[in-house]
Write a protein that binds this ligand. Structure first.
Ligand SMILES: *Cc1c(COP(=O)(O)O)cnc(C)c1O
Length: 222
Protein backbone atom coordinates (compact mmCIF):
# COMPACT_ATOMS: atom_id res chain seq x y z
CA UNK A 1 0.00 0.00 0.00
CA UNK A 2 2.63 2.50 1.13
CA UNK A 3 5.14 1.49 -1.54
CA UNK A 4 2.48 1.65 -4.23
CA UNK A 5 1.79 5.24 -3.18
CA UNK A 6 5.38 6.19 -3.71
CA UNK A 7 5.32 4.51 -7.13
CA UNK A 8 2.16 6.33 -8.10
CA UNK A 9 3.60 9.64 -6.98
CA UNK A 10 6.75 9.05 -9.02
CA UNK A 11 4.73 8.16 -12.12
CA UNK A 12 2.31 11.07 -11.86
CA UNK A 13 5.06 13.55 -10.98
CA UNK A 14 6.96 12.47 -14.09
CA UNK A 15 3.86 13.03 -16.24
CA UNK A 16 3.52 16.69 -15.22
CA UNK A 17 5.97 19.45 -16.18
CA UNK A 18 8.39 20.16 -13.29
CA UNK A 19 7.18 23.75 -13.08
CA UNK A 20 3.64 22.63 -12.16
CA UNK A 21 3.10 22.28 -8.44
CA UNK A 22 1.58 18.93 -7.49
CA UNK A 23 -0.71 19.31 -4.50
CA UNK A 24 -1.59 15.97 -2.90
CA UNK A 25 -5.20 16.18 -1.73
CA UNK A 26 -5.35 14.20 1.49
CA UNK A 27 -8.94 14.64 2.66
CA UNK A 28 -9.93 11.36 4.33
CA UNK A 29 -6.35 10.11 3.98
CA UNK A 30 -4.72 9.16 7.32
CA UNK A 31 -1.52 10.72 8.59
CA UNK A 32 0.61 7.57 8.03
CA UNK A 33 -0.23 7.75 4.34
CA UNK A 34 0.59 11.46 4.27
CA UNK A 35 3.98 10.51 5.72
CA UNK A 36 4.48 8.04 2.87
CA UNK A 37 3.67 10.76 0.34
CA UNK A 38 6.08 13.09 2.11
CA UNK A 39 8.78 10.42 1.99
CA UNK A 40 8.13 10.18 -1.76
CA UNK A 41 8.93 13.87 -2.08
CA UNK A 42 5.57 15.63 -1.81
CA UNK A 43 5.68 18.91 0.13
CA UNK A 44 2.31 20.43 -0.83
CA UNK A 45 -0.81 18.97 0.75
CA UNK A 46 -4.44 19.99 0.29
CA UNK A 47 -7.28 19.58 2.77
CA UNK A 48 -10.90 20.69 2.62
CA UNK A 49 -12.01 20.48 6.26
CA UNK A 50 -10.58 22.64 9.01
CA UNK A 51 -11.00 20.20 11.91
CA UNK A 52 -9.63 17.23 9.99
CA UNK A 53 -6.64 19.31 8.91
CA UNK A 54 -5.98 20.52 12.47
CA UNK A 55 -5.85 16.93 13.75
CA UNK A 56 -3.51 15.73 11.01
CA UNK A 57 -1.25 18.77 11.21
CA UNK A 58 -0.80 18.08 14.92
CA UNK A 59 0.13 14.47 14.14
CA UNK A 60 2.57 15.62 11.45
CA UNK A 61 4.10 18.64 13.13
CA UNK A 62 7.60 17.15 12.83
CA UNK A 63 7.33 17.52 9.03
CA UNK A 64 7.93 21.22 9.27
CA UNK A 65 8.53 22.02 5.60
CA UNK A 66 5.05 21.07 4.39
CA UNK A 67 3.02 23.76 2.66
CA UNK A 68 -0.67 23.33 3.52
CA UNK A 69 -3.34 24.33 1.01
CA UNK A 70 -6.97 24.84 1.94
CA UNK A 71 -9.20 23.81 -0.97
CA UNK A 72 -12.69 23.52 0.54
CA UNK A 73 -15.54 25.94 0.98
CA UNK A 74 -14.57 28.20 3.86
CA UNK A 75 -17.21 29.36 6.29
CA UNK A 76 -16.65 32.75 7.82
CA UNK A 77 -16.64 31.37 11.39
CA UNK A 78 -13.67 29.14 10.48
CA UNK A 79 -11.70 31.86 8.72
CA UNK A 80 -9.38 32.54 11.64
CA UNK A 81 -8.58 28.86 12.10
CA UNK A 82 -7.93 28.57 8.37
CA UNK A 83 -5.35 31.35 8.56
CA UNK A 84 -3.66 29.65 11.49
CA UNK A 85 -3.44 26.30 9.70
CA UNK A 86 -2.90 27.08 6.01
CA UNK A 87 -0.33 28.90 3.89
CA UNK A 88 -2.62 28.95 0.87
CA UNK A 89 -6.36 29.29 0.42
CA UNK A 90 -7.38 28.22 -3.09
CA UNK A 91 -11.10 28.54 -2.52
CA UNK A 92 -11.67 32.19 -1.71
CA UNK A 93 -15.13 32.54 -3.19
CA UNK A 94 -16.73 35.85 -2.24
CA UNK A 95 -15.85 39.43 -1.41
CA UNK A 96 -17.23 39.37 2.11
CA UNK A 97 -15.05 36.41 3.00
CA UNK A 98 -12.04 38.14 1.41
CA UNK A 99 -12.61 41.21 3.55
CA UNK A 100 -13.03 39.09 6.67
CA UNK A 101 -9.81 37.19 5.92
CA UNK A 102 -8.01 40.45 5.27
CA UNK A 103 -9.05 41.84 8.64
CA UNK A 104 -8.13 38.62 10.48
CA UNK A 105 -4.82 38.35 8.63
CA UNK A 106 -3.96 41.84 9.81
CA UNK A 107 -4.76 40.89 13.42
CA UNK A 108 -2.75 37.67 13.21
CA UNK A 109 0.15 39.29 11.38
CA UNK A 110 -0.01 36.88 8.44
CA UNK A 111 -0.33 37.41 4.70
CA UNK A 112 -1.90 34.31 3.19
CA UNK A 113 -1.56 33.41 -0.46
CA UNK A 114 -4.96 33.05 -2.05
CA UNK A 115 -6.62 32.11 -5.31
CA UNK A 116 -9.99 33.45 -6.37
CA UNK A 117 -12.42 30.64 -7.15
CA UNK A 118 -14.28 31.32 -10.35
CA UNK A 119 -17.12 29.52 -12.11
CA UNK A 120 -16.78 29.77 -15.87
CA UNK A 121 -20.07 27.87 -16.32
CA UNK A 122 -23.04 28.09 -13.96
CA UNK A 123 -22.87 25.33 -11.32
CA UNK A 124 -25.28 25.43 -8.39
CA UNK A 125 -23.29 22.72 -6.58
CA UNK A 126 -20.15 24.88 -6.34
CA UNK A 127 -19.31 28.17 -4.76
CA UNK A 128 -17.25 30.80 -6.51
CA UNK A 129 -17.59 34.03 -8.43
CA UNK A 130 -19.24 34.15 -11.81
CA UNK A 131 -17.03 36.03 -14.28
CA UNK A 132 -19.08 39.27 -14.24
CA UNK A 133 -19.30 39.22 -10.42
CA UNK A 134 -15.56 38.74 -10.14
CA UNK A 135 -14.81 41.62 -12.51
CA UNK A 136 -17.09 43.82 -10.44
CA UNK A 137 -15.39 42.88 -7.17
CA UNK A 138 -11.78 43.31 -8.34
CA UNK A 139 -11.37 46.91 -7.17
CA UNK A 140 -12.49 45.95 -3.65
CA UNK A 141 -10.32 42.82 -3.69
CA UNK A 142 -7.36 44.98 -4.66
CA UNK A 143 -7.84 46.85 -1.38
CA UNK A 144 -7.29 43.70 0.70
CA UNK A 145 -3.79 44.64 1.82
CA UNK A 146 -3.03 41.51 3.81
CA UNK A 147 -4.00 38.99 1.16
CA UNK A 148 -1.54 37.94 -1.53
CA UNK A 149 -3.96 37.30 -4.36
CA UNK A 150 -1.95 35.05 -6.66
CA UNK A 151 -4.38 33.83 -9.29
CA UNK A 152 -7.52 31.90 -10.07
CA UNK A 153 -8.90 28.51 -9.10
CA UNK A 154 -11.61 26.66 -10.95
CA UNK A 155 -13.45 23.33 -10.88
CA UNK A 156 -15.45 22.42 -14.01
CA UNK A 157 -19.01 21.16 -13.44
CA UNK A 158 -19.36 17.37 -13.32
CA UNK A 159 -20.25 15.42 -16.43
CA UNK A 160 -18.60 17.53 -19.13
CA UNK A 161 -16.88 16.10 -22.19
CA UNK A 162 -13.13 16.64 -22.54
CA UNK A 163 -13.57 19.45 -25.05
CA UNK A 164 -15.92 21.26 -22.67
CA UNK A 165 -13.53 20.80 -19.76
CA UNK A 166 -10.70 22.21 -21.88
CA UNK A 167 -12.92 25.14 -22.72
CA UNK A 168 -13.43 25.85 -19.01
CA UNK A 169 -9.69 25.70 -18.33
CA UNK A 170 -8.77 27.81 -21.36
CA UNK A 171 -11.39 30.39 -20.42
CA UNK A 172 -9.95 30.57 -16.92
CA UNK A 173 -6.52 31.18 -18.39
CA UNK A 174 -7.93 33.92 -20.66
CA UNK A 175 -9.69 35.52 -17.71
CA UNK A 176 -6.46 35.56 -15.71
CA UNK A 177 -4.74 37.34 -18.61
CA UNK A 178 -7.56 39.84 -18.88
CA UNK A 179 -7.32 40.60 -15.15
CA UNK A 180 -3.52 40.81 -15.22
CA UNK A 181 -3.70 43.31 -18.09
CA UNK A 182 -5.39 45.81 -15.78
CA UNK A 183 -2.16 46.10 -13.76
CA UNK A 184 -3.64 46.04 -10.29
CA UNK A 185 -1.34 47.16 -7.52
CA UNK A 186 -1.96 44.08 -5.40
CA UNK A 187 -3.80 41.45 -7.41
CA UNK A 188 -1.37 39.10 -9.17
CA UNK A 189 -2.33 36.48 -11.75
CA UNK A 190 0.66 34.15 -11.51
CA UNK A 191 -1.15 30.99 -10.57
CA UNK A 192 -3.88 28.84 -12.07
CA UNK A 193 -5.08 26.19 -9.64
CA UNK A 194 -6.94 23.75 -11.84
CA UNK A 195 -7.00 20.05 -12.56
CA UNK A 196 -8.05 17.08 -10.43
CA UNK A 197 -7.49 13.35 -10.96
CA UNK A 198 -9.87 13.08 -13.92
CA UNK A 199 -8.83 16.17 -15.82
CA UNK A 200 -5.36 17.31 -14.76
CA UNK A 201 -3.78 16.63 -18.14
CA UNK A 202 -6.29 18.95 -19.80
CA UNK A 203 -5.60 21.53 -17.09
CA UNK A 204 -1.85 21.35 -17.62
CA UNK A 205 -2.35 21.80 -21.38
CA UNK A 206 -4.37 24.93 -20.60
CA UNK A 207 -1.64 26.40 -18.40
CA UNK A 208 -2.37 25.15 -14.88
CA UNK A 209 0.44 26.00 -12.44
CA UNK A 210 -1.00 23.91 -9.60
CA UNK A 211 -2.90 20.63 -9.89
CA UNK A 212 -4.85 19.18 -6.96
CA UNK A 213 -4.73 15.38 -7.02
CA UNK A 214 -6.39 12.99 -4.60
CA UNK A 215 -7.87 9.78 -6.00
CA UNK A 216 -5.16 9.14 -8.56
CA UNK A 217 -2.53 9.14 -5.78
CA UNK A 218 -4.39 7.60 -2.87
CA UNK A 219 -7.27 5.59 -4.39
CA UNK A 220 -10.99 6.10 -3.94
CA UNK A 221 -12.29 7.82 -0.83
CA UNK A 222 -15.07 6.02 1.03
C1 LIG B 1 -11.27 16.44 -3.50
C2 LIG B 1 -10.75 17.60 -4.26
C3 LIG B 1 -9.71 17.46 -5.18
C4 LIG B 1 -9.09 16.12 -5.54
O1 LIG B 1 -10.00 15.39 -6.30
P1 LIG B 1 -9.61 13.98 -6.96
O2 LIG B 1 -10.61 13.80 -8.04
O3 LIG B 1 -9.71 12.97 -5.88
O4 LIG B 1 -8.22 14.12 -7.49
C5 LIG B 1 -9.25 18.60 -5.82
N1 LIG B 1 -9.78 19.82 -5.57
C6 LIG B 1 -10.78 19.99 -4.69
C7 LIG B 1 -11.32 21.35 -4.48
C8 LIG B 1 -11.31 18.89 -4.01
O5 LIG B 1 -12.31 19.08 -3.15
Amino acid sequence: MISSISERITTIRASIPPSVRLIAVTKQVPSEVIRAAYAAGIRDFGENRIQEAATKQAELHDLSDITWHFIGHLQSNKAKKALELFDWIHSLDNLKLAQRLDELAQQLGVSPQVCLQVKILPDPSKSGWSVPELLTDLPALNECKNLQIQGLMTIPPLGLKDAEISHVFNSTQELAKEIAAKNWTRIKMRELSMGMSGDYQLAVEAGATMVRLGTILFGNRS
